[in-house]
Design a protein around this ligand. Structure first.
Ligand code: NAP
Length: 340
């Protein structure tokens, strides 16, 4: 095995986090370097993808789309890295791969259980396999096209629009010829959405007159790509256009509350405005990755879609990086780089 390391450092979930106090819940530890068993692959993690959805798996709730992370076990997460040793003939040392591994220096995975895939190392920035060519992009694309059934010319609203999934959803809608309004939590992010991503408008949901700003969207909102749920969803519902569609991508504002997370108070508007609300989950359409990547790569290489990364160096710095997702500290995809 071509690694000088004897040990594998990793983060374990010791307790369920309270709010965004991840430091009290997640502990740094190490174990002997795993040796791949027959059929397994050992990966040296180069980048960790930090995802807001993992926050829900950190709770004790058992009614989610994913079982809770058992207390005491490594925190799972999507990783991008290079194969160090392989006991599966489909993968060889040196291959760049993406998989569900863990927040660790190395991930030892079983391909079929970890969605292990070789990625194209010829892309200009390998990180794009966690960006425009990764799962956030597939989520954004499928959410806007198939789930929301967005049509050119419609008005599309995207929450957490300066984050990884939101910025891709907003750009896909823009490329489809829609009027796109992004929601974000600061003036700087709103400026970024308009000036860097070319959105038609951006609203700061922390503004005192946010409700009035939503109400002034001409013709109402045809499509809401929602990453957040909570109070913002309640403010959006009465401002949907008739026959509007809401693609429920995430409910980030409610994850810390576990099963006590509240539903919308303005559910009445589903009837009054004849709305369609659909939840969707990216592992359900992983097989569409290659098809979506052909479209995304074309847009990316022609400068039509952009991805921003918020990169923190060092596995030991995972916690402040993860917290950004819940405090709004990031623009774009939050990554931890493990360059050694
Ligand atoms: N359905 C699926 O298959 C799927 C796949 C991937 C992601 N997702 C979902 O997509 C959402 C975004 O995830 P991500 O990993 O891409 O994170 P992200 O958007 O890169 O980061 C999260 C952003 O959400 C905003 N935010 C945090 N708390 C908020 C609150 N209480 N109210 C409003 N905005 C808040 C923050 O920006 P501000 O500064 O604007 O507040 C923060 O930067 C999550 O809900 C996640 O579960 C779903």
């Amino acid at each position: 095995m071509n690694t000088p390391d004897k040990n594998n450092r990793f983060w374990r979930l010791a307790r369920h986090p309270v709010a965004d106090d991840f430091a009290a819940a997640i502990e740094f530890d190490q174990a002997p370097m795993p040796a791949p068993a027959e059929g397994q692959v050992l990966i040296r993690n180069e980048y960790l993808s930090l995802d807001a959805g993992t926050r829900m798996w950190m709770t004790a709730r058992t009614d989610s789309y994913q079982p809770p992370i058992p207390l005491g076990s490594p925190v799972p997460g999507l990783i991008l890295g290079q194969v160090i040793a392989s006991r599966d003939p489909a993968f060889k040392a040196g291959d760049w791969v993406r998989a569900f591994g863990s927040w660790s220096d190395y991930s030892c995975v079983t391909p079929a259980l970890s969605a292990l895939q070789t990625v194209d190392a010829s892309v200009s920035d390998i990180r794009q396999h966690l960006g425009v060519l990764g799962m956030n992009a597939w989520t954004a694309y499928v959410g806007i096209t198939d789930v929301a059934k967005t049509r050119p010319g419609e008005t599309v609203l995207v929450s957490a629009a300066a984050g990884a999934t939101g910025m891709l959803a907003a750009q896909v809608a823009k490329l489809m010829g829609c009027t796109v309004v992004g929601l974000a939590g600061s003036a700087v992010k709103c400026q970024f959405l308009k000036e860097q991503l070319g959105l038609d408008a951006a609203l700061n949901y922390k503004s005192p007159d946010f409700g009035a700003q939503l109400a002034s969207i001409a013709g109402g909102i045809d499509v809401y790509f929602d990453n957040v749920g909570g109070e913002i969803l309640d403010l959006v519902l009465p401002n949907m256009a008739h026959y509007g569609r809401i693609a429920v991508c995430g409910l980030l504002a409610t994850y810390a509350a576990g099963e006590a997370g509240v539903g919308p108070k303005r559910f009445d508007q589903v009837l009054m405005r004849r709305l369609t609300i659909s939840g969707f989950f990216s592992p359900d359409f992983m097989q569409r990755g290659p098809e979506i990547n052909r479209i995304m790569r074309n847009w990316f290489e022609n400068g039509r879609i952009k991805m921003h990364f918020d990169v923190t160096q060092g596995l030991e710095n995972v916690l402040p990086a993860y917290r950004k997702l819940f405090t709004g500290g990031n623009i774009g995809k939050v990554l931890v780089a493990l360059k050694r």
